[in-house]
Design a protein around this ligand. Structure first.
Ligand SMILES: Cc1cc2nc3c(=O)[nH]c(=O)nc-3n(C[C@H](O)[C@H](O)[C@H](O)COP(=O)(O)O)c2cc1C
Length: 118
């Protein structure tokens, strides 16, 4: 089975998980790059605003065609309980209907512990 791990990462956590998932699955990876500057406090505030409004963004042209794969694994940080604008945009620009999809949302440590009841 050919698998593709598509991810967006602002500070590296989702990238770390994506690289490990890809290595375990023997999958290819596609990092989605947001053209908008998300660094610093202003970037953080804009990120909260854009995610909360369900906004899309501009992403760099991606290299791989998801239709060449049997499984798409999507990794995204959670921003204010929502997916990131970069992944929202990727999903709009790529028709994944009828495809097998898995998603790993990347959350704060305390949220992850609560979810896993640790
Ligand atoms: C703008 C913004 C909003 C966030 N909102 C949430 C949230 O609602 N819930 C949560 O658990 N974590 C939230 N986080 C934390 C990130 O999801 C978490 O740190 C994630 O691991 C970051 O992934 P990255 O390093 O790949 O960017 C938020 C982080 C940012 C920057």
């Amino acid at each position: 089975m050919r698998s593709l791990v598509v991810f967006y990462s602002r500070t590296g956590n989702a990238k770390f998980v994506a690289d490990n998932v890809a290595s375990d699955l023997g999958a290819d990876t596609e990092e989605v790059t947001d053209i908008k500057n998300r660094r610093g406090w202003l970037g953080f505030l804009k990120a909260v605003y854009d995610a909360t409004r369900g906004k899309e963004t501009t992403i760099e042209k991606t290299k791989k065609s998801p239709r060449d794969y049997d499984l798409i694994v999507i990794g995204t940080p959670v921003w204010n309980s929502r997916i990131t604008p970069a992944i929202r945009t990727y999903l709009k620009e790529n028709n994944l209907s009828e495809m097998k999809i898995a998603i790993f949302p990347q959350v704060k440590e305390e949220v992850a512990k609560k979810l896993l009841q640790l």
